[in-house]
Design a protein around this ligand. Structure first.
Ligand code: GLN
Length: 290
């Protein structure tokens, strides 16, 4: 690898073996060496992944080789691909990411889809609790130019990151504030409150493998049953919802029963759960109907 140049096919094959031998995968279960190698190489070449398939015999230049080796060595240490390349695509948006907050997940797109299908009015007010990169807030705003969207996070670096992403996508009308759940929200009512809060159990073994090891615990875990933050959010939400306003909560795939019970205990109506693309219950919602 050191003294001569590789073709795209050779570089990919080397990288795949390298990552495979380090047992790298994004969730500790499925081997992602092949796809990770392709994404990282496509970024080095500033091309789409399809280019790699079209031009397997093309030679990398020295600079590209150097960068690719650097990327693969970081990935071999376990760093998530999104941290290495600095972004993750979510909905229709390429979002800047950083180790200060959660990397947006494809499951969360279902929450955006459900919110959009509620057919809220053109000038609705929406609040995203624990916005992180700003993913949900920005996706909602990108689809609804007249909505007033606010995103909040208790982490100040996350708020800065979300603002950067808003700027990047010319969605500066989305307001981002630093707030520990509702602590800094003035006495305002929202037609929609959405959240992807931390919901993993404190001692879940899943936290010791794969990419989550590089994400902040504060964005992942929430007490022994993972539901502390959801309980706190549900108990405060009613005060901030309009009549007939909706609360949408992402949760772990085994938590829909408990989240339903929490919503019921706080007199929410029309409670239902929706599945993610893997067929797992992922979002539970309730309406603040009178
Ligand atoms: N869905 C994420 C995961 O399983 C957890 C994100 C969260 O706690 N909100 O890694």
């Amino acid at each position: 690898m050191d003294n001569f140049l590789f073709t795209i096919a050779q570089a990919l094959s080397w990288a795949r073996d390298e990552l495979y031998s380090h047992n790298i995968s994004d969730d500790g279960l499925y081997d992602s060496s092949a796809i990770d190698s392709k994404v990282l190489l496509s970024v080095c070449l500033q091309r789409e992944v399809v280019y790699l398939h079209t031009w397997p015999e093309k030679l990398l230049n020295k600079l590209q080789m150097k960068l690719f080796k650097e990327y693969i060595s970081q990935r071999s240490l376990g760093h998530p691909v999104a941290h290495i390349i600095g972004y993750r695509d979510f909905w229709s948006l390429r979002l800047k990411v950083s180790p200060t907050t959660l990397i947006p997940r494809p499951e969360t797109e279902i929450l955006v889809e459900i919110a959009l299908n509620l057919n809220l009015t053109e000038h609705s007010k929406a609040l995203d609790l624990g916005t992180g990169t700003g993913a949900i807030a920005l996706a909602l705003a990108s689809e609804n130019p007249n909505w007033l969207v606010t995103g909040l996070d208790k982490s100040s670096p996350a708020v800065t990151l979300a603002k950067d992403n808003a700027l990047l996508h010319k969605l500066e009308r989305v307001k981002f504030i630093q707030s520990d759940w509702f602590s800094a929200v003035e006495d305002r009512k929202f037609d929609l409150i959405v959240t992807n809060p931390p919901y993993i159990e404190d001692n879940n073994r899943y936290l010791q493998q794969g990419d989550v090891r590089f994400e902040p615990k504060s964005a992942l875990t929430s007490g022994i049953d993972g539901l502390d933050d959801i309980r706190s959010i549900v108990s405060q939400s009613k005060h901030f919802l309009t009549d007939n306003g909706w609360l949408l909560i992402e949760h772990g795939y085994k938590q829909s029963r408990q989240v339903t019970d929490i919503l019921r205990a706080h007199s929410f109506n029309q409670i239902r759960s929706e599945r993610d693309l893997n067929g797992l219950p992922r979002v539970t919602m309730g309406c603040n109907a009178l």
